[in-house]
Design a protein. Structure first.
Length: 248
């Protein structure tokens, strides 16, 4: 049986753990050669690559903080050197802390979150287009908070609203280039980051508020990304997949 992404080249930002790591593994399992981007933990990036290659897949790890243009340029250069082109871009890298209610928002908090979640996504997408001359698929990882809008974290919430807006606009702009742009908007996912954040204390409460009765895990998100990267979704662009267990 042929794999859905056989022969495709994929780049996943923030792929050393959590949702990004699961996405990288699932893309590789469907035949894609994967660039596993990581910002700081080479050990974690190499671990994801080892997990992929041990099962016969193809992957390389490339360091880069995608809130920095020079790092993005190097990331794309290494992608081109290894694989020559790009078919799939998953803009997964993001940050959601520190939490800050209105009275505690600072310029530093704003730029810490927006420089990665919004500007970084824009700059990464700009450079990725140069490696997609024959079309491709871009999947942005947003969040249910873009519409759920929980209080106390307006900077993160609004950054993901921006991602939703960029997804719709880029979809229209890039359609003539045969590049599709969609997003997945997860609910709370039990990642290492969540376990080390204030959200960890609220997991039971959020699970109780979720119709399907639990918080998510990274493997709940990755199959949707595979679908959006594949030809099975060839007539879909500008769409948003909410994967939240019903909590909206």
């Amino acid at each position: 049986m042929s794999k859905k992404l056989e022969g495709k080249i994929a780049l996943v930002t923030g792929a050393s753990k959590g949702i990004g790591g699961a996405i990288a593994r699932h893309l590789a399992a469907e035949g894609a050669s994967v660039v596993v981007n990581y910002a700081s933990s080479k050990t974690d990036g190499d671990r994801v690559v080892a997990e992929i290659t041990s099962k016969g897949g193809k992957a390389i790890a490339v360091q880069g903080d995608v809130s920095k243009k020079a790092d993005i340029d190097r990331l794309m250069s290494e992608t081109k050197k290894a694989y020559g082109r790009l078919d799939i871009l998953v803009n997964n890298a993001g940050v959601y802390t520190p939490f800050a209610p209105l009275g505690q928002i600072t310029e530093e908090i704003f730029h810490h979150i927006y420089n990665l979640n919004v500007l970084g996504l824009i700059l990464t997408t700009q450079e990725a287009l140069k490696l997609m001359p024959d079309g491709g698929s871009i999947i942005n990882v947003s969040s249910v908070v873009s519409t759920l809008s929980p209080p106390g974290n307006s900077i993160y919430n609004s950054s993901k609203s921006a991602v939703d807006g960029l997804t719709r606009t880029f979809a229209r702009e890039l359609a003539p280039k045969k590049i599709r742009v969609n997003s997945v908007n997860p609910g709370l996912i039990d990642t290492e980051g969540v376990q080390n954040s204030p959200l960890n204390a609220r997991k039971d409460q959020i699970a109780a508020e979720t119709p399907l009765g639990r918080v998510g895990v990274p493997n709940d998100i990755a199959p949707a990304v595979v679908f959006l990267a594949s030809d099975e979704s060839s007539w879909m662009t500008g769409e948003t997949f909410y994967i939240t267990g019903g909590r909206r």
